[in-house]
Structure formats: C-alpha cells, structure tokens
Design a protein around this ligand. Structure first.
Ligand SMILES: [Zn+2]
Ligand SMILES: [Zn+2]
Length: 298
C-alpha cells in the first residue's frame, strides 16, 4: 500500500494567509517547510487512488504528485474519498473536483457527516449521479471494485469522540467524526485519525495496533490559540484533544506503538519548531510530525 501525505496542516495551512505567528513567519522566511491542509492519498497498486479527506488545497496537491494526475486528455485516477468529518478544511476540495465531467466518485463518510455536508450547495452534487455518497458509520465496509478503495484494500470505520463543525453547531454526536483503518492485502494497517476530541479506549487500541498511524496533532496545549494571540478558542472547544499535558493524546497513547505521525497540525503548534520543548516531548513519545510530500510504502 502506498501512502502519500498530500498536506499536513490544520485549516489555513502554514503559513496561513492572515497569520504572522512565529511558525507562519518562519515558513515565510523559508526556515520551516510550508504545509498545505491535511489529507492523504492511498493506493494498493499506485494505479487507483482514494483520498482520505479532500482539502481546499487539493488542486495544488495533485500538481505536486504525478500519480494523481490525469492519464488521458480528461480523467483522474482518483476513485473516491473517505471523509472523517464535515469540516470545510477536510472536504472543501470537493468544490474543486466538481469539474469531474462523467467521472464518478464514490464517497464514504458517516451518515451524520453526509447529512451535514450535503445540506451545503457546494457539496450536495456528490450525493447524486454520477457520484455516490455512501454511509460508513461503523465496522468493516464492504470492499468491491466499485468502492473508492477498490477490492485490494479493506476499510474499517471507527467512530471517535468529536464535534460537528462550527457551521453545524459544534455538537458532540456519535458519527460527527470517524477514523479509518485501512488494511492491505498483505495485512498491514494504516490508521487515519486526524481529528478527535479525546482518545478513548478504542482509539488508543487502534493507534497501538496500526503499522502506521496518522493522528490529530492540531494543538499541543489546550490554551495555545489564546496564548499566541491567534484566537479565543480552546483546543477541545474546537474538537481537538491537545497533545501535551496529563490528559493529552501523548499520555493516552504512550510509547508502545509502531510508526506514528501527527498531522492536521495548526500553525500555532510549537512542535513545528524542531528546537522547542514541545518537539522534544513529542520525540520522547516516539511520534513524528508528518510533512507534505512524504510518501511511504506500508
Ligand atoms: Zn481541520
Ligand atoms: Zn500562524
């Protein structure tokens, strides 16, 4: 299974257009890598691809990676998408992919996410022909050649603690956020969990069981947005568990896991500065920061 990190940042990216926080300023000076908004592309064979979330940066991300580019005068090797939630930075790229012509995408998300997203005019067309938007609420999804992941990969949907997006009221409801475990024919497992408001027992076990995991690295601390002057919201009020602290994600997952990356990293997060104390703590937990363009064979 091939895994490509299309983007590794939370909403806004790094640098964010209206932000001059230390990380955004460092990225503008070329002292930190630039990061687009988070998404993965996954393929069993390098031929057919599924996107795990579709960020508003999708057009540029396709241009950065030839395997996702058209192979004929019109067309795409992207068969469909798995969506974790209905935040605009996780599905806003659908508005770009609307020029698919006769190509049909198969999308999967929870029923809650489908209902929220398709109430928006920009996303509603993806729930009707030629596209399909299927519910994926829990458990093993029926793999078939007609499914976005094809029949060589199998997918489990894992409900995780989380909130609906701001435009839908930030409500804690089952199905608001889903993680996906994707298993290759060779039995290797990728976990994609870029959003969660807490690490429950199920999620902790999934992170430990995965051969490679991408987890929510939005914020290092609960009050980070306030302390950096970037906003007035706390991490958990935005639906993201902070990494650090006694109740944070790192303490919950421990060090007994295989390769683990944080993704969906907000530009206020001090882990983006490799010299920071927060980056050192992340390393103590054997967790890496995902980078745009990273391509892995799992
Ligand atoms: Zn986001
Ligand atoms: Zn910033």
């Amino acid at each position: 299974m091939i895994v490509r990190v299309l983007g590794s940042a939370a909403g806004g990216g790094v640098p964010q257009w209206n932000c001059a926080c230390p990380n955004c300023a460092a990225a503008r000076r070329g002292e930190q890598p630039r990061r687009s908004q988070s998404s993965l592309a996954v393929s069993a064979d390098g031929d057919r691809w599924v996107l795990l979330n579709v960020s508003p940066d999708i057009a540029g991300q396709i241009e950065e990676y030839p395997p996702l580019q058209p192979r004929g005068i019109r067309g795409t090797p992207i068969a469909g998408m798995l969506l974790t939630d209905a935040n605009v930075d996780h599905l806003g790229g659908l508005a770009t992919l609307r020029q698919g012509g006769e190509h049909h995408f198969t999308l999967r998300s929870s029923g809650v996410v489908r209902d929220i997203a398709t109430a928006q005019a920009a996303f509603a067309p993806f729930a009707s022909a030629p596209h399909r938007w299927l519910a994926a609420d829990e458990g093993l999804l029926p793999g078939s050649d007609d499914d976005p992941v094809g029949d060589e990969l199998s997918v489990r949907a894992i409900p995780v603690p989380g909130l609906t997006p701001g435009y839908a009221g930030r409500i804690a409801v089952r199905g608001a956020v889903t993680a996906y475990a994707i298993r290759s024919a060779g039995g290797r497992t990728l976990l994609f969990a870029p959003v969660f408001s807490a690490v429950d027992i199920t999620l902790a076990a999934e992170i430990r069981a995965a051969d490679i995991a991408f987890i929510d690295g939005s914020f290092f601390s609960e009050g980070e947005m306030i302390e950096t002057g970037a906003g007035d919201k706390r991490a958990t009020s935005l639906g993201h568990a902070p990494l650090g602290g006694a109740g944070g994600t790192l303490a919950a997952i421990g060090t007994d896991h295989a390769r683990c990356f944080v993704t969906h990293v907000n530009n206020t997060n001090p882990i983006l500065d490799p010299g920071s104390a927060a980056a050192a703590i992340l390393a103590q937990y054997n967790v890496e920061v995902a980078a745009d363009g990273l391509t892995l064979e799992v």
